[in-house]
Ligand binder design. Sequence first.
Ligand code: MTE
Ligand code: MO
Length: 220
Amino acid sequence: MAQEEGPAGVPNAKLVQSKQQWAAEGRLMTGTAAPRSDRLPPGQRLVKNWPVLDLGIQPEVPLEQWELTIDGLVENPLTWGWTDFRTQPPFTDVSDIHCVTAWSRYDNQWEGVSARHILATVRPLAAVRHVIFHSYDGYTTNVALSVFDDADVLLAHSWEGKPLSVEHGGPVRAIVPKFYFWKSAKWIKRIEFVADDRPGFWEERGYHNEGDPWTEQRYG
Ligand SMILES: Nc1nc2c(c(=O)[nH]1)N[C@H]1C(S)=C(S)[C@@H](COP(=O)(O)O)O[C@H]1N2
Ligand SMILES: [Mo]
């Protein structure tokens, strides 16, 4: 931009500074700071279908028997039945799925209850640093409280306007869009707020403790 050019031979300090910042952000490639012009994370391929991945168990939980307990280090622990869950404030969001097995699926429309609403309802104590998801198939996975406490994280009961199918985690699954999909626990039954981190099912078996697709935190 002409009005930003300095005298001949003198670099425009503002321009250099902003270019330097872009380079630093690109080099660090942290999930939140990396430029998002490229929508597909490194090593991923786009799919149009929605693959099913599980441990070989797809628990069938009738809605009358379904319960979600939210406890641990919180001021207000609770257990919601289906009606309780469905009378929480509705939340919808559209996000991309990135699975560590290298498929990504764009524009999934989720409907459910937001993580931020859960936090406001149970009120974690100051000591809380981590969140553990427990599922009806025995699966567990862990995320930092700062990862759970994000505007796009939810407990989803519907996908594309229809109830979530059992194979994809219905009645309710977690959705943590900024991490690989193994962090998005299906068939969720308990959310536990803890001070000390505890690796979950895949984290104990060589998956990365975090799972940022933009920096390929796949294994280790
Ligand atoms: N309860 C539970 N949640 C789970 C899993 C599982 O086996 N059990 N698999 C994880 C993995 S590795 C992936 S990639 C996604 C797959 O979700 P999908 O089958 O809906 O694609 O669920 C995640 N959540
Ligand atoms: Mo996965």
